[in-house]
Design a protein around this ligand. Structure first.
Ligand SMILES: [Zn+2]
Length: 212
C-alpha cells in the first residue's frame, strides 16, 4: 500500500524544484490501494488542482483518480508544480508513460478537430448558398402567395443572408477554436510544461529539456 507525502519536504521519488515556492512542504498525500489512487490536500497554502479534458484546472480537496490524472500543486504559474500521478512509479527521468498518454490525447484531439472541421465546411457551404436561397424564397413568395417584395428589400435579404447564417453557426466556429485551444493546454512537456510540436509528440521527446 504505497503512500507518498508530496511536497517540497515530501517523500515522493522525484524532486520538486526550489523555484516551485507555491508548493507547501507537505502539500498532498497520495495513497495507492488496490489499484485506486487517492490524492488528498494536506491543508496546503495554495491547494491542489485537477486538469480536466479541456485543459483547465479545477480545485480538488480529496479525490479518487486514475494514474494518468494530471494534478497541479499551487494556483498556477512558475511557482506551481504540475505532474501526472504516475510519476511516483516512473523511473527517474523516464517520461515514456507520460509521452504515450500525450500521444493518445493528441489522437483524440485530431479526430475531434476533424469532425468539427466537417461541420465548419458544411456551414460555409450553407452560408454561401443562402444568397441563392433568399432569391428563391423571394420568387416563391411572389409566385405562390402573390407577395411582391420590394427590389431594395430583396437585395438586402440576398446580401445579408450569408451574414445571418454565419451568426447562426457562431457556436460551431467557437467550438472549433476551443478544440484547437486545447492543444496548447493539454499537449505540453511532462517535464518542463512547454507546449509540444506534432514532431516532438511523434518522437516522444521534448526538444527543449530533452525529456523522453
Ligand atoms: Zn520539456
Amino acid at each position: 500500500m504505497p503512500q507518498y507525502i508530496i511536497g517540497r519536504k515530501g517523500n515522493q521519488p522525484f524532486k520538486i524544484p526550489p523555484t516551485a515556492t507555491g508548493v507547501s512542504g507537505e502539500h498532498a498525500k497520495l495513497l495507492i490501494e488496490n489499484g485506486c489512487w487517492t490524492i488528498e490536500d494536506l491543508e496546503s497554502t495554495n491547494g491542489i488542482f485537477l486538469r480536466d479534458d479541456k485543459g483547465d484546472f479545477n480545485r480538488i480537496f480529496k479525490m479518487q483518480l486514475s494514474e494518468d490524472a494530471v494534478v497541479r500543486l499551487g494556483n498556477g504559474g512558475y511557482h506551481s508544480y504540475t505532474f501526472m500521478l504516475y510519476r511516483v512509479l516512473a523511473p527517474a527521468g523516464d517520461f515514456s508513460y507520460e509521452f504515450m498518454k500525450i500521444q493518445e490525447i493528441a489522437q483524440q484531439l485530431i479526430s475531434l478537430e476533424a469532425k468539427q472541421e466537417t461541420v465548419a465546411s458544411r456551414n460555409n457551404w450553407i452560408a454561401r448558398c443562402s444568397g441563392i436561397g433568399a432569391v428563391l424564397l423571394c420568387s416563391a413568395a411572389s409566385s405562390l402567395f402573390h407577395i411582391n417584395i420590394d427590389l431594395g428589400i430583396r437585395y438586402m435579404l440576398i446580401a445579408s443572408a450569408p451574414v445571418l447564417v454565419g451568426i447562426l453557426f457562431q457556436g460551431d466556429a467557437a467550438k472549433l477554436k476551443e478544440i484547437r485551444g486545447r492543444r496548447r493546454k493539454l499537449l505540453v512537456c511532462p517535464n518542463c510544461g512547454r507546449p509540444l510540436s506534432d514532431y516532438e509528440i511523434e518522437q516522444r521527446q521534448c526538444s527543449s529539456c530533452k525529456a523522453k
